[in-house]
Structure formats: C-alpha cells, structure tokens
Ligand binder design. Structure first.
Ligand code: PMT
Length: 400
C-alpha cells in the first residue's frame, strides 16, 4: 500500500467534477490512507456528504460553525493532523480565494490556517481557466509553494473542448504518492532504458527476450518521484508511462542506441535497465521467409553496439548505472560487468526474480561493496535505488 499511515485532508469545492472525488477517496483509502473530507456548501449540491462519510469512514466537515469538534476548532486541527491538504476539485473561485488569503467559509479558512503542503487540482470551464485573473492567481499560488496538479484538456461538462478538466482520480493518486516521496534528485536529468529490444528477421519475425519493462518503468517513476526530469527510452512493452516522464518508444537495439546517444550529453544520470539484444540478424529480409522443403534457414548474426559502454566513453559521461540479470554466480558476474563497463554502480538480479514479475530482489554493487535489498515490489526497490544513487552522486561531487 502506497499511502500506509498517511493522513490526507481532502477539500471538495463546487463543480461537476466533485463526483470524481468519491472515487478519489476510495483510491486513497485502498492505498492505506486515512482521509478526512471538508466540503464547501456548493460541493454538497453536487454530491452528498453522506457519500464521503461512507467512503472515508470519517465524519465530513461542511459547517464553519460546527462546534462538535475537538476544542471546537475544526479549521485549525483539520490540516494539522494531516500529511497533506488536497483540494479536488478546486474551482476558479476557490483558487482566487486561496491566492488572496480570503477565509470566508470552512474550507477557505482551514486552507489559510494550514501548516501542511497544499495541492490544488483545478476543474473549471476552459475560458475560466484561461482568464488572466485565474492564471494570475495560479502563478501567485505556485510562487507561494502550492502544487497545482493538472488541469487536463478535453471535452468539458458544458460541452466545450479545452483546458480546465480535472485530471482523473488515478492520476491525482499517482501525483499525491509522488509528492510524498523524498526528493533525492531535484534538478537532476535522468535517462532510463527499459524493456527488451526486438531484432527484426523478416516482416513478421524477430529475436527478443522476456523483459516486461516493469523494472525500468518503476525506475523511471521513482526517479520522477525523486524530483528528477526523466526521459525513458523503451523497447516494445505494454506498460503505462509514469506521470511526468517523457517517453521515447524504440524497437531495435540500434534505435535504442541512437535515441540514448541523442540525449546522453545533456543528462546527469543514465540508468540502463533494458535487456538489450547482444546480436541482431545480419540481413533483414523484406519479405516473409518461406518454409522450405530443404534444410532449415540459417540466420547470421552481427553484434549490436553496447549502449551503456558508449555512454560511459563520452568525453563528459553522466553517472552511469547498469543492471545485470544472471542465472547463477550473481555477485561474481555482476562485479565483473561493473569493472568491464567501468561504471560506479551495477544492480544485480537473478533472472528468475527479475524478468516479468511485479516483485524483484536486487543486490547493489559499488565501490562500498555489496548491498542486499529485501525482496519487494519493483517500485519500492527503485525508490531505494534512487536514495543510493543520490548518495553516490554526492560523494562523486565532493570528490571532484
Ligand atoms: O523488464 P522486467 O521484466 O521488469 O525485467 C527486468 C530485467 C531483469 C530485464 C532488469 O532488471 C535487468 O536485469 N536488466 C539487464 C539485463 C542484462 O543482464 O543485461 P546485460 O547483461 O546484457 O547488460 C548489462 C548492462 O548493459 C545492462 O545495464 C544493459 O542495459 C546494458 N547493455 C547491454 C547490452 C547492450 N547492447 N547495450 C547495453 O546498454
């Protein structure tokens, strides 16, 4: 559970998107968070407080004069007992009040009285969003350290199309989880490779491997959560792009090599998680290879370039991290690869753990020796890896 022991104060303002906040509460609770809801009077016209009471298991605050609270000071305690205050949907009116410190109802008062981070999830008509007044208010809030999630573009409840839609509950959940992670890599540019490559034989066949992309996508997500600017170069996989990550899709090792080398001079960290094919067919036939009555066809192979080694060999290489999947002798083979590739850190995993599954067991090999990580979901391991990379980067900076 991604939000175990987290306490989320959720404000809901008046807008048709308020019905999506019911799903948001369900998602927060499913991830282990305790959720305390406060609604504006307008919001109660769209969805009943009873819905949020039932979903959160906690009473819902709607009335600024409600004295039935601890010390009678709901507006003070509400956000202080939380890790974060999220307002979703946040109407144009609420955004204007928050930007100007106006506290004329319960939610705006507890927003002003908060001492916790504020995340606003705007939802409004496109013209209201584009109005210079709203844009000015959003800029003020950003300058005040408030995080704005979205909005998205698309069809709106009023029938118009444009920017202003609330982002989806699953996206809000992912952004809130990311917000709560430690920011190890703020300002760093990170490039990640993921998945297998597919080496074409003919229009319908190729050589590939069983990498699902899960480990590499988890690494990209964890790097983004850590505050980095992340680009992910992925082979053919069926994984959703982590929020806020720029993704470049490639098929072959040669394409992956070209995509990586195009970016490699402008990055701080390169993490090569992809299971890149070492060889590709020498000849790609334009037409399907036909079954012959005679002997089976022979496929001549040529070696692919080593992407990681070529990045390491750049005049100003980024901090390079490799991965090694082995079926036995993990420590010996991984350490050998680390030395051969001249990289400061290699992440070892056994193929039976690493390929395809949601969990993995990782061992890190660097100049300090060997660090064994307990078996865990790939995202959790990727987060621990970010902490290690940040530590090694600091050491590196101090040494130069
Ligand atoms: O995608 P999943 O199903 O989640 O599985 C994840 C994984 C098991 C694929 C991943 O955790 C992993 O171990 N990836 C590396 C696989 C491997 O053993 O690669 P290698 O030994 O061929 O290469 C060593 C390193 O060099 C790797 O960082 C690789 O990305 C890089 N390399 C290799 C060959 C090549 N031509 N270019 C490269 O950059």
């Amino acid at each position: 559970m991604e939000l175990a022991e987290k306490r989320i104060a959720l404000g809901i303002t008046g807008g048709i998107a308020a019905y999506k906040s019911a799903e948001l509460v369900r998602l927060f609770v499913k991830q282990g968070a305790s959720v305390q809801v406060a609604m504006t009077q307008a919001a109660t016209h769209f969805v009943s407080p009873t819905t949020f009471h039932a979903l959160s298991g906690n009473r819902v605050f709607t009335d600024p004069w409600d004295s039935n609270t601890d010390k009678g000071l709901a507006h003070i305690n509400f956000s202080r007992e939380a890790d974060v205050l999220v307002v979703a949907p946040a109407s144009a009116n609420f955004i204007a009040k928050a930007a100007n410190g106006i506290a004329d109802d319960l939610l705006s008062t507890l927003t002003l009285a908060r001492n916790r981070p504020l995340l606003l999830v705007p939802a409004m008509n496109a013209q209201m969003w584009l109005n210079p007044a709203t844009q000015r208010n959003v800029a003020v809030l950003r300058a005040d350290g408030v995080t704005i999630l979205g909005p998205a573009s698309g069809e709106q409840a009023c029938g118009e199309i444009g920017e202003g839609r609330m982002i989806e509950p699953e996206e809000i959940l992912e952004d809130v989880i990311a917000f709560l992670q430690p920011k190890h890599l703020i300002g760093k540019r990170v490039l990640v490779t993921a998945g297998p490559t597919f080496e074409t034989i003919d229009p319908v066949r190729g050589i590939t491997n069983l990498s699902s992309g899960k480990m590499g996508f988890a690494v990209a997500r964890a790097a983004r959560e850590s505050g980095a600017d992340v680009t992910l170069v992925s082979g053919p996989v069926n994984q959703p792009t982590p929020r806020g990550v720029s993704r470049i899709d490639v098929t072959t090792a040669l394409e992956m090599h070209a995509a990586v080398l195009r970016q490699a001079n402008d990055i701080d960290v390169f993490i090569a998680v992809a299971a890149v094919a070492d060889y590709r067919p020498k000849v790609v036939t334009a037409h399907k290879v036909k079954k012959d009555a005679g002997s089976p066809p022979t496929i001549d192979l040529v070696q692919n370039p080593d992407i990681l080694s070529d990045v390491v060999a750049l005049p100003n290489p980024p901090f390079c991290v490799g991965f090694a999947a082995e079926s036995r002798n993990l420590a010996e083979y991984a350490e050998k690869k680390r030395r051969a590739k001249k990289i400061p850190l290699i992440v070892g995993n056994l193929i039976q753990n690493g390929f395809g599954g949601d969990e993995n067991t990782l061992t890190l090999f660097d100049d300090h020796g060997q660090t064994q990580m307990a078996s865990a979901p790939k995202l959790h391991l990727a987060r621990q890896l970010m902490a290690r990379i940040a530590m090694l980067l600091k050491e590196n900076d101090a040494a130069h």
